[in-house]
Design a protein around this ligand. Structure first.
Ligand SMILES: Cc1cc2nc3c(=O)[nH]c(=O)nc-3n(C[C@H](O)[C@H](O)[C@H](O)COP(=O)(O)O)c2cc1C
Length: 211
């Protein structure tokens, strides 16, 4: 085969960003839902979704929507038990993974390489490939074991992002708090949407001391 033929066989990878959303059984299924809604409206993003077994339980307890409604917002849905799905391999190009909400169980499994389901396997792949892994860990209060787990994860390169609300944008409704948190989560994944007021940005919250 000549050089031109060889070059033609090398496929150009798409510019579309691929983001994997994992939803686990921590409280806060609404964060997973809102991330999917925002990504659905975003241009040039292919969204993959995995919901854990416990995640299905909590979302039916917390939202007036079932898992199917969330899955309809994603481009590709993977079963949590399918550790052979594309996102389980480092050769599948993924730009970022956000686990929101992320349970302590999933966080500790990722910290210690227990990759028995697709969410933990895909998260482990993100770490070994040095890609962006954002964990919206939700538990309170935290004992020393939780803190050790989170410290270990931060050392491995994960972004530890507890969904702690900000109040400088003076939210009037829960949805505004959720939107602000989800916008900040997506910022971490390199998807920048003006979904909530940003500090010091035009149309956002006026920064202090800017005149
Ligand atoms: C209504 C409800 C709320 C829960 N909230 C939390 C939570 O905020 N954080 C947490 O770590 N686990 C929470 N759990 C427990 C997890 O669902 C449980 O540990 C589960 O095994 C997590 O599995 P997963 O990480 O595979 O989804 C909650 C469970 C239920 C039923």
């Amino acid at each position: 085969m000549d050089n031109d033929g060889a070059a033609a066989q090398i496929r150009q990878m798409s510019e579309t960003k691929r983001i994997l959303i994992g939803i686990t059984g921590a409280s806060g299924a609404v964060f997973g839902l809102r991330l999917l809604e925002m990504l659905d409206a975003a241009a040039d993003v292919e969204t993959h979704l995995v919901i854990s077994k416990a995640g299905r339980l909590t979302l039916s307890a917390e939202l007036d929507r079932d898992a199917a409604a969330l899955e309809a917002l994603a481009d590709v849905v993977h079963l949590a038990g399918n550790v052979g799905a594309p996102v389980s391999s480092g050769s599948f190009r993924l730009d970022a993974m956000i686990v929101a909400p992320c349970s302590v169980k999933t966080a500790s499994n990722v910290a210690y390489g227990n990759t028995g389901d697709l969410i933990t396997r895909a998260a482990d792949v993100m770490l070994k490939e040095r890609r962006t892994l954002v964990l919206a860990v939700r538990e309170t209060p935290l004992h020393a074991g939780h803190l050790e787990t989170l410290t270990k994860l931060a050392g491995l390169g994960a972004v530890i992002f507890p969904p702690v609300p900000a109040f400088y944008q003076k939210p009037q409704a829960i949805q505004e708090i959720v939107d602000h948190t989800c916008m900040r989560l997506l910022d971490q994944a390199g998807v920048h949407l003006d979904a909530a007021p940003r500090w010091g940005e035009a149309g956002g919250v006026k920064a202090i001391g800017d005149g």
